[in-house]
Design a protein around this ligand. Sequence first.
Ligand code: AMP
Length: 356
Amino acid sequence: MTLAPGSTIGIVGGGQLGRMMAMAAAQLGYRCHIFDPHRRPCAAEVAAEFTRAAFDDEAALFRFAAACDVVTYEFENLPIGPLSTLGDKLRPDTRSLAVSQDRAEEKRFLAGVGARVAPWREVDGADDVFAALTELGAPILLKTRRLGYDGKGQAWVDEPGDAEAAWESIGRQPAVAEARVAFDAEFSLILARTEAGETRAYPLTRNQHDGGILRRSSVPAGRAIEALRDVALRSATAIADALGHVGVLTVEFFACHGEAVVNEIAPRVHNSGHWTIEGAHTSQFEQHLRAILGLPLGDSGLVAAGATMDNLIGSDAERWPELLAEPGACLHLYGKGEARAGRKMGHVTRLGPSRE
Ligand code: AMP
């Protein structure tokens, strides 16, 4: 199935990923329709249509889907039931959502396709936290099974005396406990997969986090990470194939003593791929659209010696006058209102050899 320019792409979720996807769609002559519960989601400002409704409002979702030629999503914490009624119109389908929105399911799935993950245990109470500490060795990281992002819903546990407080701090929700990975670096692999099973990957991207939030992504990723390309590509391709994924898929890895350990997957375009807008021949947003529209995949190669993307978080975005004045700095602001601490307000990409 090929959807020609002029078709309407539905995007569930109206954040910055949807916004940049809608901008890529407009460049190719497609229209976008955003579905989001908020009053003025930043993606709706650059799209042709906007439906404001709750993600679990089946009637609204049905009307929205009827007005679109294909429907995709820009974040994974969506109710599966209502979306599964969209059938073939939904790309990627609900299998990719189901696996990536529950950390325990995700880890079982990853192990099943032969990807390496950190040792982990399911946690359903403070007693399980104690047991995990003994079995995995301190420290462990508690992560809620669902709805965690940017380090939210996570707590480190260093000793048995912290177990109760950590369980309390994540809201006493079903969780996983992970052994700490003493990683040398973090990186991601972003690839697109078509309905026919063709895949195309971007260069590995090195990611630097602070407080659980991505701060900087850079390519080339450096020799130690590049050495893991084959194994990372095999894992990511096996994941995409096993899901029957159509669209962009992101796999986040730890580089640890020469091994690629999967941290998590995202069934979508990703913050660590924003550099592709200026730094690759085809951006991750356009590549995702090409895959779900049945178009040929684009060239994912670099257009320069490298690229570095820095997130503008909270008040960082106030630096916009200075960034606009900087030669070669490509500024993106997401048009969000309030610059709350930890909120991603924009990013800036600079082409050229990686900066440390
Ligand atoms: P996540 O929400 O799972 O992506 O975690 C956010 C960040 O926390 C990661 O990018 C790492 O920097 C750190 N992190 C997550 N899991 C682990 C782990 N098992 N060991 C060490 N650091 C971790």
